[in-house]
Write a protein that binds this ligand. Structure first.
Ligand SMILES: [Zn+2]
Ligand SMILES: [Zn+2]
Length: 118
């Protein structure tokens, strides 16, 4: 998300916040961008990955709209424990973690133990 009051024509790194923990983006933090400026940081993505893909939890509210892809989905999802308007669907968790995993700039590995097809 953008910090409230951000100049959309001149967005700075510090204007970009993780939707799920509101941590400010910085050079050393991996961050995945969704639609309309939504973002999830590597830290939240890791927690979401473990919760949904490994522990098979589903904390997505009924009829939720994913904060990242903006779609209403029936997939299991992860609800931010801090902000109940921030939800990420399983598909976005997989896509985001796949992208970060490949990104050599960051030492971000997919947590072990997920069954990739599940
Ligand atoms: Zn975060
Ligand atoms: Zn999604």
């Amino acid at each position: 998300m953008r910090r409230p009051g951000t100049d959309e024509n001149n967005v700075q790194m510090t204007d970009v916040l993780c939707d799920f923990c509101r941590t400010q983006w910085s050079e050393d933090k991996p961050m995945i961008e969704g639609h309309q400026g939504s973002c999830i940081c590597g830290n939240c993505l890791r927690i979401a990955f473990i919760d949904v893909l490994i522990n098979k939890h589903d904390t997505g509210p009924d009829g939720y709209k994913c904060t990242m892809c903006l779609e209403h989905r029936d997939d299991p999802a992860w609800l931010s424990p801090m902000y109940d308007d921030a939800v990420i669907c399983r598909r976005c968790i997989k896509l985001g973690s796949g992208a970060l995993h490949k990104d050599k700039q960051f030492d971000w590995q997919k947590p072990a133990g997920a069954d990739e097809d599940g």
